[in-house]
Design a binder for this molecule. Structure first.
Ligand SMILES: Cc1cc2nc3c(=O)[nH]c(=O)nc-3n(C[C@H](O)[C@H](O)[C@H](O)COP(=O)(O)OP(=O)(O)OC[C@H]3O[C@@H](n4cnc5c(N)ncnc54)[C@H](O)[C@@H]3O)c2cc1C
Length: 370
C-alpha cells in the first residue's frame, strides 16, 4: 500500500477528492490534512458579506467529500515538510511518511506592518477566522451606530471586499453612518486593463468609498499612511496580497525567489518528483501566471491525473495554464464588473452570470454529487 498525503483542501484538492469519489485508486491510502472541516469558497465571500448568500451556500463539507472519496480526514495542519525523508509534521505532533505529497494550502496574508494598529485587524486569511471577525464587526457597528472601515489592498479581492463591506454596512446602519476607505497602495487593480480600472473607480466613487493611493502601516488610531497622515478607523480588513507560509522555507523543496513552491509542467516540484502543488502556494516556473482561484481550479484535474500516474510509476502529463483569465468582480448589490482580454462591462447580468458560475462550482461538492 502506498500513501498519498493531500495537504490543504483548496480549490485543486476539492477536485482530487471528487475524482477519488468517482474512481478509487487501488493500493493507495489517501490522507487529507486540513485545519477545518469545511472549505469556504473565496469567490462567494463578498456575496456572503453583502448578505446575498448564507455561509452554508459558500462552503463544502470536507467530512462528506472525504468520506465519499474513501480518504482519511485529519483535522490538523501541516506544520513542516522534510522533502529529503519524505515526511510531514502536523499540528498534533505526528510525523507521517508519504510516497506522494500534494500541497494545496493556499497562501498567507502579510499583516506584519499592520499589527501595531490600535484598530481591529481582520485578515482575509484564514477565511474561517475572517467570517467570524466580519460577523462580530457587524454586531459592533450596530452597537456603535456608525463605523469607519478601511480595506488595505487594491487588488481584485480588496476592491470586492470594500464594495461588499460598504453595501452591507450601509444596509445595516445607514449609508451616512458607514465610512469606508480603500487604501490601494500605488495603484488600483495592478495588472488589470485600463477599462476595468476606470469602471471600478467610477463604482467606488458612486458608493462613496474613498480610494487612498498610499501604503499603510499600523498606528495607535488606526493606520499610518506613507505620506505621514493618520487614517482613524474602527477596523480594517487586510487584503495585502499573498506570501508563502513560514514552514515552506525549511522544507528542502526548490522555491521561487519569492518563496513559493517551484513547479514545472504537470504541477510537479522541480526538485522532488514525489511532490506536487497547486493553487496559490505553487508557482509555475515555465509559465508564470497570476495567483488566483481560476488557476487553482484548473490545476485540480492536473493534480488528480498526475498524482495517480506518479504512484503508478509513470511520468506526469504536461499541462499549460491558460494565458488569460476572466475576472468577475462583485460590486456589493446584485451587480458585477467583468474583465476579459481588454473588454469590460458592469451590469446586473454580470452578477447573474457570476452567481450561476459560483453556484455551479459549489454544487459539484454538495452531498449526493458524484
Ligand atoms: C475575498 C476574495 C475573493 C476572491 N475572489 C476570487 C475570484 O472571484 N476569482 C478568482 O480567481 N480568485 C479569487 N480570489 C483569489 C482566490 O481566493 C485564491 O487565489 C484561491 O483561494 C487560491 O486557492 P488555493 O487552492 O490555493 O487555496 P485556498 O482556497 O486558500 O485553500 C487553502 C486550504 O488549505 C487550508 N490550509 C491552510 N494552511 C494549511 C496547512 N498548514 N495545513 C493544511 N491545510 C491548510 C486552508 O484552511 C484552506 O482550506 C479571491 C480571494 C479573496 C480573498
Amino acid at each position: 500500500m502506498s500513501r498519498l498525503i493531500l495537504a490543504g483542501a483548496g480549490h485543486a484538492h476539492l477536485h482530487v477528492l471528487k475524482s477519488l469519489a468517482q474512481h478509487r485508486w487501488p493500493g493507495v491510502e489517501v490522507i487529507l490534512l486540513t485545519p477545518y472541516a469545511r472549505q469556504i469558497y473565496s469567490g462567494m465571500v463578498p456575496g456572503w458579506m453583502a448578505g446575498h448568500y448564507t455561509l452554508n451556500q459558500c462552503a463544502a463539507s470536507l467530512h462528506h467529500l472525504a468520506s465519499a472519496a474513501g480518504v482519511s480526514l485529519r483535522l490538523e495542519s501541516l506544520t513542516a515538510i522534510d522533502a529529503a525523508t519524505q515526511t510531514v509534521d502536523t499540528s498534533s505532533g505526528t510525523r507521517l511518511h508519504y510516497d506522494a505529497l500534494s500541497i494545496d494550502t493556499g497562501a498567507s496574508v502579510d499583516v506584519s506592518s499592520l499589527t501595531t494598529s490600535g484598530a481591529r485587524c481582520l485578515s482575509i486569511r484564514p477565511l474561517e477566522r475572517f467570517v467570524e471577525d466580519w460577523t462580530s464587526l457587524l454586531d459592533a457597528a450596530h452597537r456603535q451606530g456608525s463605523w469607519r472601515l478601511a480595506v488595505v489592498g487594491g487588488g481584485a479581492a480588496g476592491v470586492e471586499l470594500a464594495l461588499a463591506a460598504q453595501y452591507r454596512l450601509a444596509h445595516e446602519i445607514g449609508r451616512a453612518n458607514a465610512c469606508v476607505s480603500l487604501v490601494s497602495g500605488n495603484e488600483l487593480l495592478p495588472g488589470h486593463g485600463i477599462r476595468i480600472r476606470e469602471q471600478v473607480s467610477a463604482c467606488l466613487r458612486e458608493r462613496g468609498i474613498t480610494v487612498i493611493r498610499a501604503r499603510a502601516a499600523g498606528s495607535p488610531d488606526g493606520l499610518l499612511l506613507d505620506d505621514g497622515t493618520t487614517l482613524a478607523v474602527d477596523a480594517f480588513i487586510a487584503s495585502t496580497g499573498v506570501q508563502p507560509p513560514s514552514w515552506l522555507a525549511l522544507s528542502g523543496l526548490a522555491l521561487t525567489p519569492d518563496g513559493f513552491i517551484a513547479v514545472g509542467e504537470g504541477q510537479q516540484s522541480i526538485s522532488h518528483a514525489q511532490v506536487f502543488a497547486g493553487g496559490d502556494i505553487a508557482s509555475r516556473i515555465d509559465h508564470p501566471h497570476a495567483k488566483s482561484g481560476v488557476y487553482a481550479v484548473k490545476s485540480g484535474p492536473v493534480l488528480a491525473e498526475n498524482l495517480q500516474r506518479t504512484l503508478q510509476g509513470q511520468p506526469p502529463s504536461p499541462y499549460t495554464p491558460q494565458r488569460r483569465s476572466l475576472y468577475l468582480l462583485a460590486t456589493g448589490p446584485k451587480e458585477a464588473v467583468m474583465s476579459w482580454n481588454g473588454l469590460s462591462a458592469r451590469a446586473g447580468w454580470v452578477w447573474r452570470w457570476k452567481d450561476w458560475i459560483d453556484r455551479r462550482f459549489m454544487r459539484q461538492y454538495a452531498p449526493g454529487q458524484k
